[in-house]
Design a protein around this ligand. Structure first.
Ligand SMILES: [Mg+2]
Length: 349
């Protein structure tokens, strides 16, 4: 899988009218051409999107690479949201980033110019919220959580009264660490009901060792936020490992598979269905990654749209088609959200 952080996008202003697909963008269905039975992907323009929109009640948006890129708004995206709100569509934001709480992301959306009446904490989902909900529903019977994760997980668990420990830098005795003596006498806490693993910048060998040892008890739940390999950043030359490599390390060390809640896994879908009672066949998942966003939508019966403003590009769609990964081939593709706003002779950026 080739991951690209960014690429030059054809600008919607290059199109002659709202009825046309931007110049430089595929004008017809995207198809590998090798297998006539493989799924094809339809490029969307404002006019075709407005037709597709009629069969959709709920739009679920990924955030990074779709609504924002790092700390900057994705140009044109707020206008597409306003357009959908005007047409009484339900908006849900589903990010795989658990480092911050929903409340913090809601503030970020407002700061970036998004409609705060339709895009607030109550319209947001992230793995931190789903993890807290999962633990709350599973009933920890007063047991605590060993946590490898950032502030977002702490905030969401605090909200549901879940007790946790272990986050932050390990307090190692330098001599002990240097001699390796800590390996023979690891100090484990009592009364642990779950190990929760997400991205944490302080993740290290000691945390991996503690997690693996807590997970020796079969009754201890192993819950992961998400398994994204990397996350997009402002410098395309720099690889930024996400939660996936950390989860992989603990999976390997413990010999156990986690219940992963983020996209493309089902707990996030169940959370959304419980909260909003969505009809998947009238719901569209929009994201910038084929292996999380598109797969999440396809696996759960939704329509899918890949925007090329983040990670994956058209060659990734073709690669999935050639490898018969239909679950990662989107129904539709567009350069970015702003390219779908139906306004003739308007500058989108
Ligand atoms: Mg994304």
């Amino acid at each position: 899988m080739k991951l690209k952080i960014s690429s030059p996008l054809p600008s919607p202003v290059d199109s002659d009218s709202e009825n046309e697909i931007p110049k430089g963008f595929p004008q017809t269905r995207i198809h590998s051409g090798l297998d006539p039975n493989c799924r094809s992907t339809i490029p969307l323009c404002p006019k075709s999107f407005s037709k597709v929109m009629k069969s959709i009640d709920t739009f679920i948006f990924d955030a990074d690479g779709v609504l924002w890129l790092g700390e900057s708004v994705m140009p044109g995206s707020p206008r597409l949201i306003d357009y959908l709100v005007k047409h009484n569509k339900q908006i849900i934001v589903l990010t795989n980033n658990a480092t911050k709480s929903r409340a913090v992301y809601a503030k970020k959306l407002a700061k970036l110019g998004y409609n705060s009446s339709k895009m607030n904490k109550n319209n947001l989902v992230n793995p931190a919220a789903v993890v807290a909900d999962t633990l709350h529903r599973s009933g920890l019977d007063g047991k605590r959580v060993y946590l490898i994760g950032e502030q977002g997980l702490r905030d969401e668990m605090d909200e549901l009264g879940i007790e946790y420990f272990g986050h932050g830098p390990e307090k190692k005795q330098n001599e002990e660490a240097a001699s390796g003596a800590f390996m023979y006498d690891i100090k484990l806490e009592e009364n642990v009901g779950a190990v929760v693993v997400g991205y944490e910048k302080h993740f290290d060998y000691t945390k991996m060792m503690k997690a693996a040892n807590y997970l020796r008890e079969e009754g201890v739940l192993f819950v992961a936020t998400n398994e994204d390999e990397t996350c997009p950043g402002p410098n395309p030359e720099v690889v930024i490992p996400d939660a996936g490599p950390i989860v992989a390390a603990i999976r390997c060390a413990s010999g156990r598979d986690p219940l992963t809640v983020g996209k493309p896994c089902t707990p996030a879908f169940n959370y959304i269905r419980r909260k909003w009672n969505i009809n998947p066949s009238r719901t569209m998942m929009i994201g910038d990654r084929t292996n999380t966003d598109v797969k999440f939508g396809r696996d759960h019966g939704m329509k899918t749209l890949l925007v090329l403003s983040g990670c994956h590009q058209i060659e990734d769609i073709i690669e999935n088609q050639m490898n018969e990964r239909d679950d990662m081939v989107p129904d539709y593709v567009a350069p970015c959200l702003g390219a779908l706003v139906p306004e003739t002779n308007q500058i989108y950026y």
